[in-house]
Design a protein around this ligand. Structure first.
Ligand SMILES: [Zn+2]
Length: 287
C-alpha cells in the first residue's frame, strides 16, 4: 500500500464532519484556494484537506527517549535521525534505547557518523561519513533508508553520495515558509520534488510557540502536502533547539484530534517516501 493509499484510507475512515466554523473559513477562502487545491491534487495525488506530518528527532540525544511514551500514548510513529558514532556515549542514546525505539515501530534514519558538515569535505570523507554511518546502523539491525543532512548543509556531490550509499531520501533544512508568508512554499509535495533534498520549515526551537507550529500544519491542510517537524532536545528549556515534554504532548494531542477528524496523517519519512508503506508494523498505528 502506497503512502497515498494510506492517506485515502485514513480519509475514508474519518468520523468527524467539518464544523460550521471550518465550513465558513473554507467558503471565505473561495475560488482561489479551490484552484490551488485542485492543482495540488493533480500534481501530487495527496488528498486535499490532509496534511501529512512527520515527527523527526535529530542528533541521537538521550533526552529524546522521553518521546517514547508520548508517541505511544498518541499511537504515532516518528523518525529518529541518528549519528552512529554518538551511540552509547554520555548524553546520547544507547544502542539498547535505539533498539527499544525501533521495536516500537519508529524509523531509524542516518545523519552521518559524527554530524559532519558535508559540503567541502573530500569525496572520500563524505563517503565515509554517509556510507559507514549507514553500514554501522544496518549492522546493528536497523532498517535504514532515509537520511538527514547535518544542519541541512549539502551540495550536489554530497547528495549524489547519499544516493550512492543506498538512501532513498535526504532532508534539508528550509524551503517551507511560516505563515503569514503567502509567497512561500506551504508544504513539500508527495512524492517530494527532489527526494535527495526534501524541504522543511527548518528545525523547531524554543521560540516556536505551539500556535506557530500548528499554523504550519493548518496551512498545509487545504491543498494537502507534507510537513516535517524536526525536533532536537526534549527538555524544559535546556537548549535553544528544544521543546518541553509538556508542549510535545500537547502538540501530539492536537495532531491526534486532527487525525481523528481526517485532516492529518502522521507518517514516518519511510512511509511518505514509499519503501516502508507495506510494512504492517509501521501501518499499525495509523488505523
Ligand atoms: Zn543534526
Amino acid at each position: 500500500m502506497s503512502a497515498v493509499e494510506i492517506l485515502r484510507t485514513e480519509k475514508g475512515r474519518a468520523r468527524g464532519l467539518p464544523t460550521r466554523e471550518e465550513q465558513a473559513v473554507l467558503v471565505c477562502i473561495g475560488a482561489c484556494l479551490a484552484a490551488i487545491l485542485v492543482a495540488s491534487v493533480l500534481l501530487t495525488g495527496v488528498p486535499a484537506g490532509v496534511a501529512v506530518v512527520s515527527l523527526e528527532f535529530d542528533d541521537t540525544l538521550a533526552n529524546q527517549l522521553s518521546a517514547r511514551s508520548i508517541l505511544a500514548e498518541h499511537r504515532m510513529h516518528a523518525t529518529f535521525f541518528v549519528n552512529s558514532g554518538r551511540l552509547d556515549r554520555p548524553g546520547y542514546l544507547t544502542v539498547a534505547q535505539l533498539r527499544a525505539l525501533a521495536s516500537d515501530g519508529h524509523e531509524i534514519g542516518g545523519h552521518t557518523i559524527d554530524h559532519a558538515r558535508l559540503p567541502g569535505l573530500p569525496a572520500r570523507e563524505q563517503r565515509h561519513q554517509i556510507c559507514e554511518d549507514r553500514r554501522a546502523l544496518l549492522a546493528l539491525g536497523f532498517d535504514v533508508s532515509d537520511f538527514a543532512y547535518p544542519n541541512g548543509d549539502y551540495d550536489s556531490a554530497s547528495a549524489e553520495q547519499v544516493r550512492a550509499c543506498g538512501y532513498e531520501s535526504a532532508r534539508e533544512v528550509g524551503g517551507i515558509g511560516y505563515p503569514p508568508c503567502i509567497f512561500c512554499t506551504w508544504a513539500e509535495t508527495i512524492p517530494p520534488r527532489d527526494p535527495m533534498a526534501t524541504r522543511t520549515p527548518g528545525s523547531l526551537r524554543r521560540a516556536h510557540s505551539l500556535p506557530r507550529i500548528q499554523s504550519l500544519v493548518r496551512r498545509a491542510q487545504p491543498a494537502g502536502g507534507w510537513i516535517q517537524l524536526t525536533f532536537h532536545h526534549l527538555c524544559d528549556a535546556c537548549d535553544d533547539y528544544s521543546i518541553s515534554t509538556e508542549d510535545l504532548s500537547t502538540l501530539l494531542g492536537w495532531l491526534a484530534e486532527e487525525r481523528e477528524a481526517g485532516r492529518v496523517a502522521v507518517l514516518t519519512v519511510r512511509q511518505v517516501i514509499g519503501s516502508g508503506a507495506s510494512d504492517e508494523n509501521d501501518l499499525h498505528f495509523q488505523h
